[in-house]
Design a protein around this ligand. Structure first.
Ligand SMILES: O=C(CO)[C@H](O)[C@H](O)COP(=O)(O)O
Length: 235
């Protein structure tokens, strides 16, 4: 699949999600390149007057910067009593709608916002659909820095192969918006039981949150390109 086709799929699916946002709602704004298009289109609908009285809750520094760029007013969890809809990307989606997220190291805030939403809409291109989680994408685990080594040992004890995520064009590790580290974990045979693993990992002292999103997604919108024609389907 060419880069152009992937970009087209991301744009289409981001727009489809933005079209579902209604006036007067509180909207969780996810992180990543696909959600960035949703944020852009929500902003465009606001500017055109198609949408009114929206407030966004960003899941990351990136989402907050984009929301400001596209004119979406922001609020926080302290100021609202609900989130009507959240739109967010994913790194893998299985047939049961379970997800791996955290490719952008934002999964802790994403899980807080996405799981509070009345409706969580996941936006992905078709390359993200998998039969089994964890075979193609390593599972991100956010860890408090002083616990890095014991957490890595504990993960090895669970049969995982942990790697500290390193920065690109930055010496040293990736540091999350919360000031923590990310350990990416390979499970050689993939993830057998996402619900159990999500809990087991979060029970290791020093782990803040992992990227398994179990029974959180309500709607999966998938961007596709067939014969050069983009389309979006719901699974
Ligand atoms: O979980 C995430 C960030 O932590 C992203 O939603 C996920 O990595 C997908 O990103 P993209 O839309 O760029 O492929």
């Amino acid at each position: 699949m060419s880069d152009d086709a992937v970009t087209l799929m991301k744009q289409q699916v981001g727009k489809a999600a933005a079209d579902r946002v209604q006036s007067g709602t509180i909207v969780g704004l996810g992180t990543g390149s696909t959600t960035a298009y949703a944020i852009q289109y929500i902003g465009e609908r606001l500017q055109k007057g198609e949408l009114k009285d929206i407030k966004g809750i960003p899941t990351s520094f990136q989402a907050s910067v984009l929301a400001k760029k596209y004119g979406i007013p922001l609020t926080s969890l302290d100021e609202v009593d609900r989130i009507d809809v959240a739109i967010d990307g994913a790194d893998e989606v299985d047939p049961q709608k379970q997800l791996i997220k955290g490719g952008g190291a934002a999964h802790t805030r994403e899980k807080i916002v996405d799981s509070l939403a009345e409706q969580f809409i996941v936006v992905v291109d078709s390359s993200k659909l998998v039969d089994k989680l964890g075979l193609g994408f390593l599972l991100p685990v956010e860890v408090i820095p002083m616990a890095m080594t014991p957490v890595m040992r504990a993960i090895e004890g669970l049969g995982g192969e942990p790697t500290l995520r390193m920065g690109v064009k930055k010496a040293g590790p990736v540091v999350t918006d919360e000031g923590n580290l990310v350990i990416d974990v390979k499970f050689a045979n993939g993830i057998e039981n996402p619900a159990d693993l999500e809990k087991t990992l979060n029970n290791i002292p020093g782990v803040l949150e992992n990227g398994l999103f179990v029974d959180t997604a309500d709607v999966i919108l998938v961007g596709e390109v067939k014969d050069g024609q983009p389309s979006v389907r719901e699974v």
